[in-house]
Design a protein around this ligand. Sequence first.
Ligand SMILES: [Zn+2]
Length: 488
Amino acid sequence: MRTALFALGGAAAALAVVLLANTATYHSRQIPAEPAPAIALDTAAAAERLARALRFRTISFGGASGVDTASFHDFQLYLQRTFPRLHAALTRERVGGLSLLYRWAGSDTTLAPILLLAHQDVVPVEPGTEARWTEPPFGGSISDGYVWGRGALDDKDNLLGMLEAVEALVGQNFRPQRSVYLAFGADEEVGGTGAKAIAALLASRSIHPAFIVDEGGAIMRGLVGRVRGPVALVGIAEKGYISVELTVHAPGGHSSMPPAETAVGILSAAIQRLERHPMPAAIRGATAQMLDYVGPELAFPERLAVANRWLFGGLIAGRLGATPEGNAMLRTTTAPTMLQAGVKDNVLPSSARGVVNFRILPGDTPELVLAHVRATIRDPRVDVRRYESFLSQPSPVSDVGSPNFRLLERTIRQVAPEAIVVPWLVVGGTDARHYTALTPDVYRFSAARMGPGDLERVHGTNERLAVASYGQVVRFYVLLLRNAAGGS
Ligand SMILES: [Zn+2]
């Protein structure tokens, strides 16, 4: 007995030594960055130009509603008038109707170019919510230190920010060594056919950028666990997308003599099984990288846990998975979104139909999702098939060891020295997914600052961006172009 206790005590002591040693050698991944050179920028004037850009109703409605092409043409004319030096120095072509591709020729054609992405379109304002806006959604006004309107955060801030940066650099006679491409899709919010067309065009010209930067991450405060300061989230991967349609056929008839199981009941049971048995959670890929970068910045008990994932992995996954946001980073998510059955309250429907949307974790595939759905429902009365909507594979995961990631990291820390840079999994979708065949280094990041209340403003009510934050967005693109494209 005593020997056994001694052995146990010895094992516990050895374990403590290992845990503490792992924690002690768990160093911050943050790289030092020299202070940013002074960048002359009239932030108020730039914010005014952004505000005006928000007045154009470049809306992607989706579905059968058409596109108001006049709004897009007016918006593009506005860009030409507002950034005259850029339009004189760069070539511009329209792709797939309304999408735009700019090229700023570099002096060294042997260098791979860089590609910056943004989108012209915005989501509609939900009918009935207009009155809840403090400032009208398409008024393009500045008040209380904010630029207000649909597109202020998603994504005209980045589109205009890139143009401001290039306009300023052209004005300073900066000439890039690498060529710089700017690609502005016109229908990102409804799948991104414009981005797809531009990506195909670049591929046909054998253009392989060194790296790509698109929207996705931001500089977040108070959103990442117990990290006190702001965190610059850089999306290094994004999830895939598939919807699955479930259909049940049953004899119809009068509801006064229903069978024990009806079409509605069978379908409901199938959906409930899917919700109760999601696809497995795993700390891997971009989420594992995120923990590697966040861990060393945490205070002691959490830091010890993250430093010893081999032991506490299950605990960490449990904690992270307890919130919908955290859960989405750990697994392919299951979201029933549409239901259809019945025409009258006293008639048994002869069919019931449901649609379930899955966001696919990198490493899983649409085929795996379909197989999981069939195996989980395990009911031959439920017909399972892919719903004919948008489908995308999860993206590859970009390597944080790449010199391009380092360059981005350095640039972010120059603009926001107090922020820690953290790789991240984008759980929504961006235009970047269409470009992943062109280069392995695809980053989803904007230098806009966001706080806890800002996430619901994106696609929601009172979308706005602080004027000072917009200044940072523009400075980020200026520095990124200087750091990456070199030149004079
Ligand atoms: Zn967007």
